[in-house]
Design a protein around this ligand. Structure first.
Ligand code: NDP
Length: 605
């Protein structure tokens, strides 16, 4: 085995590491896969209740808007903002939450920050004339930014919050959708945009006896400050005399645990798989730097970040953080350009060595920070860099040096064994606690349309999930034949990236361009032909990256369907930058193909 460039002699044994990774994966794999989780619904519905905004009664609505946007996270907000700029006045945003913000509405846990640089993550900064206060902005600042977008573009007009769409039916005669909701509404809309699927539904671990626990309990995405006191910046004084258990050490656990460690009398961290925890290096925005930013700076920075992550050539790395420095490793999971000068096996060999080197560095960092050797050993991740969402923190590992913090490794038991009236049990050990906090994540990439909780009936009453029985069928991931004027945002037969807001921003702009063209042409319907849809499905099948071999070796998690995912991804293999180029070209050459029945009409509302 020869060393990767930069190494004269390998400081690790690749064969031993490969074997160790496999052993750790096998130790972690569970036969029940994804079905080990419980939805925060039905008996457990109280875990998903909105603790932030009281629900107010209102009369059912039966009216008509030109555009209905389902989902008030950044995808829905940016689309609505761009549509306003394009002159759409009659528009309603609907959300199950009590206000805008999506993920940032729900997640207000102590320590919450963006783990992507906020200058590239937070959308429409230049349009709103603002620059974030920190390189990685706190969650509350991001939520306030979502509110500022809604105010700036007058999006609060006609909103329907605490409202869930329950059915969509296409009215052939009127060329519009009839949308029913859990509030008894029957709203009509010429266009419907669904942007509600990224990380919405909280997930609970299916721990035997979870319902028997008599102490206090909640999910991190519904933080109970009434119990803990304090706010997202900490000071959880309500925990000063409490024994707290936290289940989960993913991206959320990493941010929340330092605060719990500081404020709880006793903290038990129930870990199943350790996260990789690299340096964060957060800092306040330099006012001199901000003052010198030129118009177009945000777009340029976003493109630069995405280009580096997609393997495109750039002159300079404007962000220079833990994401851009590991771009090559990320392309195992997220598509992009690859070095075609190398044979695939040689490329894979070099990628694997670079991966081992990075993970060795992550493991060495654990030893250099955590004083107790047994705790340090349990905190070391043994898998390839992109098997799980990489983590960053300058406080997390340090928390385990506190005398009131105990790391409980549950890996040998497939997670927490059971819960009793007043304790969490792992193997034969019982840990008495007053409170259990679940940092156990979300259903990912599943809007109501995909999960079936929002049935959609298109032309001739055809149900969308029947049309998609063999998998999603779309043009560019956005719309389907037989389902006119219905647009999906999210990752569906298109491109993906760790800065998902950038992906949503491009999608918002594309959909706005299509709707603007339809309005300009007086088209009543936007719908791809069956041929165009088929062509795109074939393109995706041909170019989708095949990362199944990589995922099969990974420790289980939502990236690999808890170890069960096989086959190619559904994502555009050449990566997001290439996909955005393709969309731009399509807009200039073929956009008119999706416009149907061009009869000029002046107003819809
Ligand atoms: P994750 O799904 O990443 O983590 C869930 C955690 O719960 C894992 O550590 C998991 O262990 C653990 N777990 C689940 N079941 C059990 C069990 N039975 N016993 C013990 N442990 C259990 O959820 P997160 O909320 O941390 O993150 C979800 C996503 O949200 C991230 O991947 C990221 O995309 C996003 N996020 C983004 C942030 C940002 O700043 N942009 C911040 C926070 C989250 P195991 O790994 O073994 O399955």
């Amino acid at each position: 085995m020869t060393a990767p460039s930069g190494f004269t002699e390998l400081p690790f044994d690749p064969d031993a590491l490969r074997e160790k990774y496999r052993a750790e994966r096998d130790r972690r794999i569970r036969p029940d896969g994804s079905s080990q989780y419980l939805a925060a619904a039905g008996e457990f519905g109280y875990y998903a209740h909105d603790p932030y905004t009281p629900r107010t009664e209102r009369s059912p609505v039966a009216d008509r808007v030109e555009v209905l946007v389902i989902g008030a996270g950044f995808g829905g907000l940016v689309t609505a903002a761009r549509l306003r700029e394009a002159g759409v006045e009659s528009m309603r945003i609907m959300d199950e939450a009590g206000d805008v913000g999506g993920t940032w509405y729900w997640n207000r846990y102590p320590g919450i920050h963006c783990d992507i640089e906020s200058y590239v993550y937070m959308p429409l900064l230049e349009e709103l004339g603002t620059v974030p206060s920190k390189r990685y902005a706190p969650g509350e600042e991001i939520r306030q930014h979502a509110i500022a977008i809604a105010e700036h573009y007058d999006l609060y007009r006609d909103t329907a919050f605490h409202t869930r769409a329950t059915e969509m039916r296409w009215d052939e005669d009127a060329d519009e959708w009839i949308v029913s909701t859990d509030r008894g509404d029957s709203m009509r809309a010429r266009y419907v945009i669904v942007s509600s699927g990224t990380l919405t539904q909280p997930k609970l671990p299916g721990i035997p006896g979870i319902e028997d626990f008599g102490g206090h309990t909640f999910h991190t995405s519904r933080w109970d400050y009434g119990y803990t006191a304090g706010d997202a910046s900490g000071a959880l004084t309500g925990l000063a005399d409490k024994r707290v258990g936290v289940v989960g050490t993913g991206a959320t656990g990493l941010q929340v645990i330092p605060h719990l460690a500081r404020d709880a009398e006793q903290l038990f961290v129930f870990q199943r798989t350790p996260s990789s925890v690299d340096v964060r290096d957060n800092r306040p925005t330099d006012p001199e730097w901000a003052a010198k930013l030129r118009p177009g700076w945000q777009r340029e920075r976003m493109e630069n970040f995405l280009s580096i992550l997609s393997g495109e050539e750039v002159d300079e790395d404007l962000t220079q953080d833990g994401w851009t420095s590991t771009a090559r490793l990320q392309r195992k999971m997220i598509s992009g350009a690859v070095d075609t000068t190398l044979e695939p096996t040689e490329r894979e060999r070099r990628d694997e060595l670079a991966d081992f080197a990075k993970m060795e560095q992550i493991r060495e960092r654990v030893d250099s920070v955590v004083s107790d050797p047994a705790t340090a050993a349990a905190l070391k991740p043994w898998y390839r860099y992109m098997c799980k969402r990489p983590g960053f923190s300058d406080e997390y590992l340090q928390a385990f040096n506190r005398p009131n913090v105990t790391l409980v490794d549950t890996a040998d038991h497939g997670g927490v064994t059971r819960m009793t009236e007043n304790s969490v049990v792992v193997g034969d050990e019982e840990y008495e606690v007053d409170c259990v906090i679940f940092a156990t994540g979300f259903e990912t990439g599943v809007s109501g349309v995909i999960s079936g909780t929002l049935p959609v009936y298109g032309r001739h009453g055809v149900e969308l999930l029947d049309a998609w029985a063999q998998g999603p069928r779309t043009l560019h991931g956005f719309y389907s034949h037989g389902f006119p004027n219905l647009f999906h945002l999210g990752s569906l037969q298109n491109a993906n990236a760790v800065n998902f807001v950038h992906i949503l921003t491009e999608q918002a702009e594309h959909i706005t361009a299509v709707i603007a063209a339809a309005r300009h042409a007086g088209a009543r319907r936007v719908e791809p032909t069956a041929e165009a849809e088929q062509e795109w499905c074939e393109t995706i099948r041909e170019v989708a990256a095949d990362n199944s071999a990589f995922l099969a070796e990974c420790t289980p998690g939502y990236y690999n369907g808890e170890g069960a995912r096989t086959g190619k991804s559904n994502s555009y293999g050449p990566g997001p930058i290439a996909f955005h180029r393709l969309l731009a070209q399509w807009r200039s050459e073929r956009l008119s193909e999706v416009l149907v029945s061009c009869e000029v009409e002046s107003t819809v509302a």
